[in-house]
Design a protein around this ligand. Structure first.
Ligand code: ASP
Ligand code: MG
Length: 440
C-alpha cells in the first residue's frame, strides 16, 4: 500500500480547535499515515517536570504535573462532545498522569526521563484517534514504540523499522488511515528513547523511507521554507522548490521549519518532502526533491552559538599530516566541524557545540597556537551556484561590504556560500543580504 506521510507539529495539534481542524486536512480518500508531535508546550512542560525530579523537588514536580493534567482536562472537555468519548479521554489522562506521578516516588535517571518525555506524543495521538472515533471516522493508532528503533550507534535501525512497520500494517488490510507518534522510539536495548527535540520530522522521514511513500508532508504554521529568517528581516517569500542538498543545508544552518536530520532518509530513497501550512492549507508550500531547479541564490539561513577556533602552527608550512592531526582531535571528542578556512600557516574552523571544547583545546595546544572566539554566527547562502558562472561571490561580499567577516567559505559545494560573523552583526548581515540578493 502506498501511504502518504503527513506530519503535524506541536502547534498543529496545539489546542482542541486545532485538533478538530486536522480532520479537514487528513480525512479524505488518500491512504495515509499521520505522524503527530505532542501538543505545543507539552514536551517543554515534561522537560521541566523531569528537571524537578532530578533535583528531588517532589512537591514542585507534583504541582507541575497537576498543572499539565489540568490543562489536558480542559482540552478533553472542549474536544469531546459525547459522554462516552469524554470518559475515554478521562481514562486516558488518568493512565498517563498516574504513570508520570509514579516517578516522583522512586529513583530518577535518564531512562525514567525518556519514559516521561514520551507521554506528550502518546497523549496527542490517542486524543486525535478518540476524536476521529467520536466523529465516526475509522483510524488505526500504530504504537511507534513497536516499530521505531535506534541501533547501537543511536541511528535509526532502518531494516528493523521497515520489517516491523510492514508487519504491523498487515494486521489492518482493510484500513487506509493510520496515526502514529513522532519523536518517540526505543533504543538498541529496547528501552524507551527519543529522536531528540524536534524529532517528529525525523520520524516522518524515516517512516516515509521505510514504506517508500509517494510523499512526506511536514505541516507546520508557516507556508514553506522562506528565503530568509522572517523573525529577523521584514520581507521574505516562500521558496517553491529546493533540492535535498539545498534544503539540508538550510535546515542545518538554522531554518527552523524543518529538522535537519529529516532530509537524509527521504533523500536516500528519493521521496519528495513537502512543507505545508496548516493555517493556509491551499498555499503551495515548499517541495523538496531531487530536482536542481532555478540557477542562482535561493535562500539564506543563519545559525548562532558557533565557536570559531583558529589554529596556527609553523609545522603546517609546506607540511603534510598537520590537518589530519587537527581533525583527529575533533574526532576523538566526537565534535563535528562545520566550516573550515585555511591559509598556509593556519586553519580556522567552527564547531556548534562547546561540550568538549576544553578537552579539544588542551590537545590542540600541544601542536599549535590556538585562539577561540565564541558567539559567532554562520550565515549560509544557498542555491544553485555553478562553478563556471561568475558573480555569486561578488554579490554576497558586496552586500556584506560593511560587515566584518570572520571567515568565508566558497566552493565546498555548488549549492552553498557560508560566511562567519560575530553574532552582534547577524541582524545587520541578514538584512543587507536580503536587500543585496533579493532586493527587499
Ligand atoms: N514533541 C517533541 C519536541 O517538542 C518532538 C517534536 O515536536 O518534534 O521536541
Ligand atoms: Mg517541531
Amino acid at each position: 500500500m502506498n501511504l502518504l506521510i503527513q506530519k503535524f507539529g506541536g502547534t498543529s495539534v496545539g489546542s482542541p480547535q486545532r485538533i478538530k481542524a486536522l480532520v479537514n486536512l487528513t480525512v479524505n480518500s488518500t491512504p495515509k499515515l499521520v505522524v503527530l508531535s505532542a501538543m505545543s508546550g507539552t514536551t517543554n512542560a515534561l522537560v521541566e517536570i523531569c528537571e524537578t525530579l532530578y533535583t528531588k523537588e517532589h512537591i514542585k514536580a507534583g504541582t507541575l504535573i497537576k498543572q499539565l493534567e489540568d490543562k489536558y482536562h480542559t482540552v478533553i472537555t472542549e474536544l469531546f462532545s459525547t459522554p462516552a468519548a469524554l470518559d475515554k479521554g478521562k481514562q486516558l489522562l488518568h493512565q498517563h498522569f498516574d504513570y508520570i506521578r509514579g516517578f516522583t516516588l522512586d529513583m530518577f535517571t535518564a531512562n525514567e526521563e525518556k519514559a516521561i518525555l514520551a507521554q506528550g506524543e502518546l497523549l496527542s495521538t490517542a486524543l486525535y484517534h478518540f476524536y476521529l472515533e467520536e466523529q465516526g471516522i475509522a483510524s488505526v493508532l500504530l504504537p511507534a514504540l513497536q516499530f521505531m528503533r535506534l541501533d547501537a550507534n543511536d541511528e535509526p535501525d532502518m531494516a528493523y523499522i521497515e520489517e516491523q512497520l510492514k508487519q504491523l500494517l498487515t494486521n489492518y488490510p482493510a484500513h487506509t488511515f493510520f496515526i502514529t507518534q513522532g519523536y518517540i522510539c526505543r533504543n538498541a536495548f529496547g528501552e524507551i528513547d527519543n529522536l531528540k527535540r524536534g524529532g517528529s520530522d525525523y520520524t516522518a522521514s524515516i517512516i516515509g523511507a521505510a514504506l517508500r511513500s509517494p510523499e512526506i508532508q511536514i505541516w507546520t504554521d508557516i507556508d514553506g521554507m522562506h528565503n530568509n529568517d522572517p523573525r529577523i528581516v521584514n520581507k521574505t517569500h516562500p521558496i517553491q522548490q529546493l533540492s535535498f542538498d539545498e534544503a539540508a543545508e538550510l535546515a542545518y544552518f538554522g531554518a527552523k521549519i524543518l529538522h535537519p536530520t529529516c532530509i537524509l532518509p527521504a533523500q536516500k530513497r528519493n521521496i519528495p518532502v513537502r512543507l505545508k501550512n496548516t493555517m493556509q492549507p491551499d498555499a503551495e508550500g515548499t517541495l523538496i526533491d531531487n530536482q536542481l531547479s532555478g540557477e542562482g541564490i535561493k535562500a539564506i539561513a543563519a545559525k548562532d552559538g558557533i565557536v570559531a577556533i583558529n589554529i596556527k602552527s609553523e609545522r603546517m608550512l609546506l607540511a603534510y599530516g598537520f590537518l589530519r592531526a587537527v581533525f583527529e582531535i575533533f574526532e576523538r571528542h566526537k565534535t563535528p566541524i562545520d566550516m573550515i578556512t585555511t591559509s598556509e600557516v593556519a586553519v580556522s574552523l567552527t564547531i556548534d557545540s562547546s561540550a568538549h571544547l576544553n578537552d579539544i583545546l588542551a590537545e590542540l595546544k600541544e601542536i599549535a597556537t590556538v585562539q577561540v572566539e565564541t558567539d559567532q554566527t554562520i550565515i549560509s547562502i544557498v542555491g544553485q551556484l555553478p562553478k563556471d558562472k561568475p558573480g555569486y561571490g561578488y554579490k554576497v561580499l558586496d552586500a556584506l561590504q560593511h560587515i566584518p567577516l570572520r571567515m568565508v567559505s566558497y566552493g565546498g559545494s555548488s549549492s552553498n556560500i557560508s560566511v562567519l560573523v560575530n553574532s552582534v552583526h547577524k541582524k545587520e548581515a541578514l538584512m543587507a543580504l536580503n536587500k543585496g540578493l533579493f532586493g527587499y
